[in-house]
Design a protein around this ligand. Structure first.
Ligand code: G
Ligand code: MN
Length: 273
């Protein structure tokens, strides 16, 4: 056994304990609407609170979770927790009723299909309007089993759960899947978005992707917006939404709630950045 196998196994065992003991959290990264800068929704992301208080993102545990088949447990946790949270915000704060929630799912979730069922049930139980819950899939997951992905997209959309193609443009076969997969939202990968100020080719690709997405009746979220300059440029290119550290990093549930309340009480409505 290599060192990596050993540490992955140890991490995966810790992961089980963490999931059972509340050491996992869903955090919420704001997504801004470009037309007025308002808060439009959140992407829910998994974080693991380590014994020393540090918050680990998926880059620290994704490999161990994949190798030891824990991804579905993590996706289910983030989905359940974040939908419950949105449902509470919708009751406590009227402005939260317009927010959407976007949750990442893994290839394993698509193959098994049970997370799709769970998302449909959760959305219904929380009385979310159509499109308020969105599931994000990456090209990588789609390529693993394209037919399962297409079936999952159709089931979700028929049940009022929207589908976003995540990290778009960073992998393979993107355009082929755009033709085949019914989806609502295109999330343009931050590698293109962040390069806009220094790479005119990246800007042209983003412009073309936005035109194409709109032509296919999809809306667009530009990811990884870190500067005012990039925000202006993607707004001029007609991106519907933007997400990135310029607006906010992923926030704890308490932090996201504080943001919702601040924005709701601001008069006139203040924008995110
Ligand atoms: O693959 P996906 O797009 O779901 O990844 C989301 C991840 O991107 C999160 O872990 C989040 O912390 C990170 N992220 C969000 N905004 C930014 C940003 O503006 N710049 C960078 N480098 N990373 C970001
Ligand atoms: Mn994502």
């Amino acid at each position: 056994m290599s060192r990596t196998d050993l540490s992955d196994a140890a991490l995966a065992a810790e992961l089980d304990v963490a999931l059972a003991s509340g050491a996992f959290e869903a955090v919420f990264q704001p997504i801004a609407r470009m037309s007025d800068g308002a808060l439009a929704g959140f992407e829910a992301l998994a974080r693991w609170r380590r014994p020393d208080g540090e918050l680990w993102g998926p880059d620290r545990f994704l490999r161990a979770a994949t190798v030891h088949d824990k991804l579905r447990t993590i996706s289910r946790f983030v989905l359940t927790r974040s939908v419950e949270q949105l449902a509470r915000w919708r009751v406590s704060t009227p402005s939260a009723q317009a927010l959407f929630l976007s949750v990442n799912i893994s290839g394993a979730d698509l193959e098994q299909g049970d997370l799709v069922t769970e998302a449909l049930l959760l959305s219904e139980a929380a009385r979310l309007p159509a499109g308020a819950l969105k599931l994000e899939l990456t090209e990588h997951q789609i390529l693993k089993d394209p037919d399962a992905a297409a079936r999952a997209c159709t089931r979700l959309r028929d049940g009022g759960v929207a589908v976003a193609l995540d990290d778009f443009g960073a992998g393979f076969a993107s355009l082929a899947w755009l033709a085949r997969l019914p989806a609502d939202t295109l999330k343009i990968d931050r590698s293109f978005v962040a390069a806009i100020p220094r790479n005119v080719r990246a800007e042209k690709i983003v412009r073309a992707l936005i035109l194409l997405a709109h032509d296919l009746d999809m809306d667009v979220i530009c990811e990884g917006v870190e500067t005012h300059e990039v925000r202006e440029r993607v707004r001029d290119l007609n991106s519907d939404y933007a997400q990135g550290h310029l607006f906010a990093p992923p926030l704890t549930a308490a932090g996201a709630e504080a943001l919702i309340l601040t924005l709701a009480s601001a008069d006139p409505l203040v924008s995110l950045a």
